[in-house]
Write a protein that binds this ligand. Sequence first.
Ligand SMILES: [Zn+2]
Ligand SMILES: [Zn+2]
Length: 142
Amino acid sequence: MTHPYRGSCLCGAVKFEVDEFLPQAAHCHCSMCRKFHGASYATIAGVHRSNFRWIEGTEALKQYTAKNATTRTFCRHCGSSLAFSSPGAPKEEVEIALGAMDGDVPVVPSAHIFVGSAANWTVLCDDLPQYEEKRGSTRINS
Ligand SMILES: [Zn+2]
Ligand SMILES: [Zn+2]
């Protein structure tokens, strides 16, 4: 694994680096992550802002703030989801769309969250804890 870890958008306009990931990463099944990613769920990993930097293409970044005040950062050219932040999270943290990373990263997602909103065609075959909403909320599996 090459350090720092590099990530980029689909068209390559935006590039970023991560020095180190925070320990908790999760698969989020909320309807907003599903729509934004066009996928059954989004895999999101936390990073301390001091360990994260945009290295190319900041002029291509665009943000969308949803009604619940969460903000998603994406490439204005190709639409790739790159970063996520919510007003409830610690200010010094940002969350990264793990699928935007270019190589291997030392991250092991440890939960499925907002499974209460999961698409009916999503089949989960791993043993990770599944939470109705955020991590620590009602657990669906045992
Ligand atoms: Zn792009
Ligand atoms: Zn979500």
